[in-house]
Design a protein around this ligand. Structure first.
Ligand code: ACO
Length: 433
């Protein structure tokens, strides 16, 4: 962290002793009070489980203004990127900081396309999983196993190896996810096709079979690309922080990204789109909405409106707006634009946005409110929803990991604790207890 960013100091008085703590300005958004010397000077830690008021790093990659409902990647608003750009260009932006020139984009796309195949021996690895394994269980294992297959890109001190590992993971993740799906439905693995773009190739690997021709519909491919773009990065969320913490010990990048996949799997993080779709199905028809709204407001009922509310966004999640439009396009294509699920979703959103309970608590739809509807209409089973989130978020994890490794201030992440256990006592032999 450079000294130029310092905008002032904060004074903290504890046990009658005052300490001056530097305050650093952000380019936009909240500044931070630097407490790194607090323990050495006062003997106290700060206490912030859940990191509600703690910045764990400085970063140039992604900015969220939760109050405004704004999400910027390297300064560019997500709605502009979703509408005018495409996933691999956004990958380049996240990784290298600027939008690519035409030539840079062509080279980057070629590099990614040429790394999409998995080592053939990995097919044996897949076959070791039980037939009914969850795609995310397979992904955690296979992504971690990449470090056993690609030894030449695990030395994190070599920038070239870091670069190769990054390209490999972005390129291979769709193949890993698609093969996890194929394995779970008992179909043969489908190899990637270099003539298709990133999103279309993923759909080809998921839905084509050797016995019939499969042409990826351009509307579907565009919807898939948009889902990937909308999920590409989201600053220091739980899985990204997990990747950074794993990487802070200098673990190899494949192991770090496997840690991110594991964290994303949890229903409080990547699993919410599945829960939201199940809820919309359970509501079923528009006339049942008031009953569910009442349940969501009842403090004695654990039910919550899935796809509503967010720790950071206290306004409409900008990704949800784009996703709603994508849902309409996809449902129109598959001929279910009048589907009861979309009707329920739109009516539920309308009612909730006007309801005092939701307005007072700033509970707006989040990205998961519509993404499950889209993925379901595209033909994906709910078990694949989080796997698709994981493959889309891989670039964000890698960009954040690379930023951390390149930071000269980087040290191993080692949180402290407020100890509340027993004080020192003598061991008692088992016969005397
Ligand atoms: N339905 C009904 N009430 C809600 C909801 C909801 N979905 N979300 C929050 N509230 C209420 C809470 O009961 C609480 O009310 P109170 O102040 O009267 O006690 C208030 O709003 C604040 O809620 P918190 O739980 O304190 O907010 P927090 O920031 O901890 O939680 C979370 C955020 C977990 C996303 C929550 O809103 C939720 O459970 N939403 C549903 C699940 C979901 O959609 N998750 C996806 C998140 S996006 C993502 O991960 C990609």
């Amino acid at each position: 962290m450079s000294e130029q960013k310092q905008q002032g100091t904060a004074t903290l008085t504890v046990d009658g002793k005052s300490v001056e703590l530097p305050v650093y300005a952000a380019s936009v958004g909240p500044s931070v009070i630097d407490v790194r010397k607090l323990y050495a000077e006062t003997g106290h830690f700060t206490f912030d489980p859940g990191f509600t008021s703690t910045a764990a790093c400085d970063s140039d990659i992604t900015y969220i203004d939760g109050g405004k409902g704004e999400l910027l990647h390297r300064g560019y608003p997500i709605d502009q990127l979703a509408e005018k750009s495409h996933f691999l260009e956004v990958c380049y932006l996240l990784l290298y900081g600027e939008l690519p020139s035409k030539a840079q984009l062509t080279t980057f796309e070629k590099n990614v396309t040429e790394h999409t195949m998995l080592h053939e021996q990995m097919t044996n690895f897949y076959r070791g999983f039980r037939r009914d394994a969850h795609p995310m269980a397979i992904m955690v294992g296979v992504v971690g196993a990449l470090s056993a297959f690609y030894h030449d890109s695990t030395d994190i001190t070599d920038p070239m190896q870091r670069e190769i590992a990054s390209i490999r993971m972005i390129a291979k993740m769709p193949t890993i996810a698609a093969w996890a799906y194929k394995y779970s439905v008992g179909q043969p693995f489908v190899y990637p096709r270099n003539d298709l773009d990133y999103a279309a190739n993923f759909m080809h690997m998921c839905f084509s079979v050797p016995c019939a021709e499969y042409n990826v519909d351009p509307v579907m491919a565009q919807a898939m690309d948009r889902i990937m773009t909308l999920h590409a990065d989201h600053e220091q969320n739980a899985s990204t922080s997990t990747v950074r913490l794993a990487g802070s010990s200098d673990a190899n990048p494949f192991a770090c990204i496997a840690a991110g996949v594991a964290c994303l799997w949890g229903p409080a993080h990547g699993g919410a789109n599945e829960a939201c779709l199940n809820m919309l199905r359970e509501i079923g028809t528009v006339d049942r909405i008031p009953e569910f709204i009442a349940r969501a407001k009842d403090k004695d009922d654990p039910f919550r409106l899935m796809g509503f509310g967010h720790r950071v966004y206290k306004n409409y999640d900008p990704r949800a707006k784009v996703m709603e439009q994508t849902a309409k396009e996809v449902l129109e294509l598959v001929g279910t634009e009048d589907s009861p699920i979309l009707q329920v979703a739109q009516e539920l959103e309308k009612i909730a946005l006007e309801d005092e309970y939701f307005v007072k608590r700033s509970l707006y739809p989040n990205v998961d409110f519509y993404s499950g509807i889209v993925l379901n209409a595209m033909g994906f089973p709910t078990s694949m929803f989080t796997a698709i989130f994981a493959l889309s978020r891989t670039v964000g994890w890698i960009a954040q990991w690379k930023e951390m490794i390149g930071d000269p201030d980087q040290r191993i992440g080692r949180p402290r604790q407020l100890y509340t256990g027993a004080t020192a006592r003598d061991y008692v032999p088992v016969d005397d207890r």
